[in-house]
Design a protein around this ligand. Structure first.
Ligand code: E4P
Length: 217
């Protein structure tokens, strides 16, 4: 399973990269705004800065919602750096744009996916990644993990190569359950990745080992 971090915060990206388990980064317009990155040139520069920190794919989202606009913006984003994956929303023109980018060798991440039907369309259009938002489904009392399982089944039935990128991850159990189901990638906050480290028996066991060592030395 690949681990992506879902942030535009350079310090957190560095911290995850230093841990040695990071495979990529996802961003979205809200995450960029949260870091105070505004204005086209600053946004483009920020994507390059992210690419220079991480070894792996960096999703950069288009703002346009019409086919021509998405193609223009996506091509500009893809030219920024070979690690860029163009993030396209699951709307009608988005599906057309996914197909255009597939045909032109530009990698894509289909975002804002909330149903198996949408994921099927994204795969048909050749998306590199599909991003089902499981946390946001859980927020409205709908089982996000069930969606990941449905998409896994459908993609395996037909051998679709689109990678399932479980997004909107909120906590460690999302990651573990997505890994059990067979999601190809997960993207979450640094806290969800670092949370995997924790176990009280590790802490108490290490404490005891160090105490015992001190007794004998
Ligand atoms: C995915 O690419 C999105 O950026 C992200 O996972 C959305 O997560 P949220 O629901 O926590 O905003």
């Amino acid at each position: 399973m690949k681990f992506f971090i879902d942030t535009a915060n350079l310090d957190q990206i560095r911290e995850a990269q230093d841990l040695g388990v990071l495979d990529g980064v996802t961003t979205n317009p809200s995450l960029m705004a949260k870091e105070g990155i505004t204005g086209r040139n600053n946004i483009l520069k920020h994507y390059v800065d992210i690419c220079n920190i991480v070894n792996g794919d960096v999703s950069a989202e288009v703002i346009a919602t019409d086919f021509e606009g998405m193609v223009k913006e996506g091509e500009e984003l893809a030219e920024l750096h070979p690690q860029i994956v163009v993030k396209i929303p699951m709307i009608k023109d988005g599906v057309k744009a996914l197909k255009y980018f597939t045909d032109n060798g530009i990698r894509t991440n289909c975002t804002l996916v909330f149903s198996a039907g949408q994921a099927l369309l994204a795969a048909k259009a050749g998306a590199t990644y599909v991003s089902p938002f499981i946390g946001r489904l859980d927020d409205i009392s709908t089982d996000g993990l069930e969606l990941i399982a449905d998409i896994r089944l459908i993609y395996d039935n037909y051998g679709f190569e689109t990678q399932i990128l479980a997004a909107s991850i909120r906590h460690t159990m999302h990651i573990i359950n997505c890994a059990k189901i067979g999601a190809d990638v997960m993207t979450g906050p640094l806290s969800s990745i670092e949370g995997l480290l924790n176990h009280p028996l590790t802490d108490s066991g290490l404490k005891k080992f160090l105490e015992d060592y001190k007794k004998g030395n």
